[in-house]
Design a protein around this ligand. Structure first.
Ligand code: G1P
Length: 297
C-alpha cells in the first residue's frame, strides 16, 4: 500500500542576503506579499494538498517565523474587546493545531540537500513533500494539489517544472526528460545549475517536490555538488540512475521568484491586483503612474 502524503519540509534556514539590509533582522520568509508573509502562501498551499505535519528547517535568527505560527493571546484579547472580528479572522490563517509544526535547526549552511536531510528523523519511512517558500505560485488549483493528484494516479517522485530561457539554466536544477505524457514526463537525468551549453533541456525544477524516503539515503552520503554544497538535485539524480521513477510535472499557474527583488516586486503587483479589496484603487494608481513615467520619457 502506498503511504499517504502527510508531511512537508520547509527549508527556511537561508540567510536571505539578497534582501539585506531588511533580512538583517527579518527572516526573508516573513517578508510580506500584500499583508501575508511569504511562508503563509506556502503553508496554505500545503494544507490545500492535505498536508498536516509541517517541518521547518531553520537557523539562527529565524525566531520570528516560530512566533508567527504561535498564538498571540494579548493581541487576540485586545481585538476581541474591540469587536474587531475581521482582524481576528485574519489571524486564523497563522493558527496551527498543537504539535502540527516542528522545527529542526540546520547548524551550518551546507546546501538545500543538507537542509532536507536535517528533517530525516521527523520524516522517517514516509514519502514527503519539500516546499521552497521563495517560489510563490499563483494558480487556480494550488500547484502542490495538482502534483498530489498526479502522484495519487501514478506514484513516484515528482518535481514541479517550468520552461525557462536557456540563458537562465545556471540558476536552476535542470531536467533531461522523456516525452510528455500529459503534464508528466519521466526524468532521464537532472543536473544542478548547468551552464546553458551543458543544460540537457530548458525545463527547470521549481520549489515543489514529492519525494520517497530513499532520497534521504542519497542525502546521507553528503556528496558535494554545485557550489560545493550538498544538493537535493544530486540526490534525486542518483535515484533516477538507480531506476526509481522521477517525474517532472508541468503545473498550471504562474510562478514568482520571490528570492529575487524583481520577482518579489512582480508578485506584489500580481497579488495586489488579485485582491478584491485593493484591485480598483491599485490598478488606477498603476495606470496613472505608468502614464506619468511614459510622459516623463
Ligand atoms: C533551488 C534548487 C534548484 C531549483 C530552485 C528552484 O535552488 O537547488 O534545483 O531549481 O531552488 O527555485 P536555489 O534557488 O536555492 O539556488
Amino acid at each position: 500500500m502506498m503511504k499517504k502524503l502527510r508531511k512537508a519540509v520547509f527549508p527556511v534556514a537561508g540567510m536571505g542576503t539578497r534582501f539585506l539590509p531588511a533580512t538583517k533582522v527579518i527572516p526573508k520568509e516573513v517578508l510580506t506579499l500584500v499583508d501575508r508573509p511569504l511562508i503563509q502562501y506556502a503553508i496554505d498551499e500545503a494544507r490545500a494538498a492535505g498536508i498536516d505535519e509541517f517541518i521547518f528547517v531553520t537557523a539562527r535568527g529565524k525566531s520570528a517565523l516560530e512566533d508567527y505560527f504561535d498564538r498571540a493571546p494579548e493581541l487576540e484579547s485586545s481585538l476581541r474587546d474591540k469587536g474587531k472580528n475581521d482582524l481576528l479572522e485574519a489571524l486564523k490563517a497563522s493558527e496551527m493545531p498543537s504539535g502540527a509544526i516542528a522545527y529542526v535547526r540546520q547548524q551550518e549552511a551546507l546546501g538545500l540537500g543538507h537542509a532536507v536531510w536535517c528533517a530525516r528523523r521527523l520524516i522517517g519511512d514516509e514519502p514527503f513533500v519539500v516546499m521552497l517558500p521563495d517560489d510563490v505560485i499563483a494558480a487556480e488549483k494550488p500547484c502542490l494539489q495538482q502534483m498530489v493528484e498526479a502522484y495519487d494516479e501514478k506514484p513516484g517522485n515528482y518535481v514541479a517544472v517550468m520552461g525557462v530561457p536557456r540563458e537562465l539554466t545556471k540558476q536552476y536544477g535542470v531536467f533531461d526528460l522523456d516525452p510528455w505524457d500529459g503534464d508528466r514526463a519521466r526524468a532521464k537525468g537532472m543536473v544542478e545549475k548547468p551552464e546553458p551549453e551543458d543544460a540537457p533541456s530548458n525545463y527547470a525544477a521549481i520549489g515543489r517536490y514529492i519525494l520517497q524516503p530513499s532520497v534521504m539515503d542519497e542525502l546521507r552520503k553528503f556528496k558535494k555538488g554545485a557550489g560545493g554544497e550538498i544538493q537535493l538535485t544530486d540526490a534525486i539524480a542518483d535515484r533516477i540512475t538507480a531506476g526509481d521513477p522521477v517525474y517532472g510535472y508541468r503545473f498550471a499557474g504562474r510562478r514568482f521568484d520571490c528570492g529575487s527583488k524583481v520577482g518579489y516586486l512582480q508578485a506584489t503587483v500580481a497579488f495586489g491586483l488579485a485582491r478584491d479589496d485593493l484591485r480598483d484603487d491599485f490598478a488606477a494608481y498603476l495606470a496613472e503612474y505608468m502614464g506619468f513615467m511614459n510622459a516623463a520619457e
